[in-house]
Design a binder for this molecule. Structure first.
Ligand code: NAD
Ligand code: DAU
Length: 340
């Protein structure tokens, strides 16, 4: 099988590429990523010499390039490429619409033209908006996005749905809850708090810290997408989550405790505008229909994640210093142009 994975140098995309090459060593992966601030080829160092992995630096909005790549015998497209950070979307909505909506449409056109046998849109639970104290998001929960990020992801999802209904494109949409684990960019809650705690810096908690997220170890998200590729019924949405709802305060206190740091580092700051109060995913359909089950509890997953950030300090300090962006130029530079 030949996959085109977009955004495969980001957090979840790189974990997915590593997961798939281990699980299916005979699969071929074309990994397309624009290497924005969030893309980091250092995530893929361990497969640099794997002949079944080809990295292409390209933007998903580049229609000619997407057409060329999908014309090379691609069977399956998995679209991770996105602007993914809610706080950045509040500062700069424009690029979110361009990548998450228009970029998705460019990919759909190319997939349609080349008769791709499966298009998987990696979406998010944030498209459903926010929950009160009870209830969970199911696949039939109406879309009610509250941030420019989630609105742009919902826009992408609606186009994916429309290409299925109108053109018969074989699609699936996955909507997962908050991921954590290795290679997460240190502007997101868990790696940010780990890195700040290790540096004895203040840990910024938005609002009252009682917002709830439903956490899933990234490898469990990857295993669910693998099942969607192979067993997902065309046109269906699959929710992915591990029933691990935690307040932000609980997350921060767990990190401080495991790192033996003082809770006096916790600092309450102004809330995020439009801050969703609670997310909670009902994964019953994905579990019963596809046979998916998460392999990590939150307690083991967070321990493994903290251990990974302790063991890979160089990875995140190079991000903080900006040095990771030199890596591509040094490693591939003039040798290979835009194709590595
Ligand atoms: P990320 O920001 O770490 O990675 C995004 C990747 O996309 C980066 O490598 C970036 O360079 C690339 N990219 C951005 N714009 C591009 C463009 N125009 N063309 C090509 N590549 C481009 O994000 P992530 O956390 O790994 O999320 C991946 C996907 O999963 C996103 O679609 C996101 O909406 C979704 N998702 C994320 C989470 C989460 O908790 N992180 C949960 C559910 C769904
Ligand atoms: O639910 C899935 C979504 O999870 C994905 O679609 C997004 O791409 C991903 O970024 C994530 O969005 P969140 O906004 O939930 O993640 P973030 O790590 O930015 O924030 C998690 C919670 O922590 C949220 O309630 C805001 C809070 N927070 C975050 C930061 C960065 C803080 O209190 N302080 C902070 O400094």
């Amino acid at each position: 099988m030949k996959l085109l994975v977009t955004g495969g140098a980001g957090f979840i995309g790189s974990n997915f590429v590593l997961y798939m090459l281990k699980k299916h060593p005979d699969y071929q992966i074309v990994n397309v990523d624009a290497l924005t601030y969030a893309g980091n080829l250092e995530n893929l160092k361990s497969i640099e010499n794997n002949p079944n992995h080809v990295f292409v630096k390209a933007d998903i909005r580049d229609a000619a390039k997407m057409d060329e790549l999908m014309g090379q015998g691609i069977d399956v497209v998995v679209n991770f490429a996105a602007e993914s950070h809610v706080d950045r979307s509040i500062m700069e909505p424009d690029v979110f619409v361009k990548t998450n909506v228009l970029g998705t449409q460019v990919l759909l056109d190319a997939a349609q033209k080349h008769n791709i046998s499966k298009f998987v849109q990696v979406s998010t639970d944030e498209v459903y908006g926010t929950l009160g104290d009870t209830g969970l998001f199911s696949e039939t929960t109406p879309l009610a996005p509250n941030s420019p990020y989630s609105a742009s992801k919902a826009g992408g999802d609606l186009l994916v749905r429309a290409y299925h209904e109108t053109f018969g494109l074989p699609v699936n949409i996955t909507r997962c809850s908050n991921n954590y684990g290795p290679y997460q960019f240190p502007e997101k809650l868990i790696p940010l708090m780990i890195s700040k705690a290790l540096a004895d810096e203040q840990l910024p908690i938005y609002g009252d810290g009682l917002n709830i997220r439903d956490w899933l170890y990234v490898e469990d998200h990857c295993s669910a997408i693998d099942l969607v590729i192979h067993k997902g019924r065309n046109g269906e949405v699959y929710n992915i989550g591990g029933n691990n709802e935690r307040t932000n305060l609980h997350i921060v206190k767990t990190i401080l405790e495991q790192l033996d740091k003082s809770e006096s580092l916790m600092t309450y700051v102004q809330d995020r505008p439009g801050h969703d109060r609670r997310y909670g995913i009902d994964p019953t359909k994905t579990m019963t229909e596809l046979g998916w089950k998460p392999a990590h509890s939150f307690e083991t997953g967070i321990q493994e994640t903290i251990r990974w950030y302790l063991d890979n300090k160089e990875w995140w300090t190079r991000i903080q210093s900006g040095a990771y962006q030199d890596y591509y130029a040094k490693q591939y530079g003039t040798r290979l142009g835009d194709r590595a």
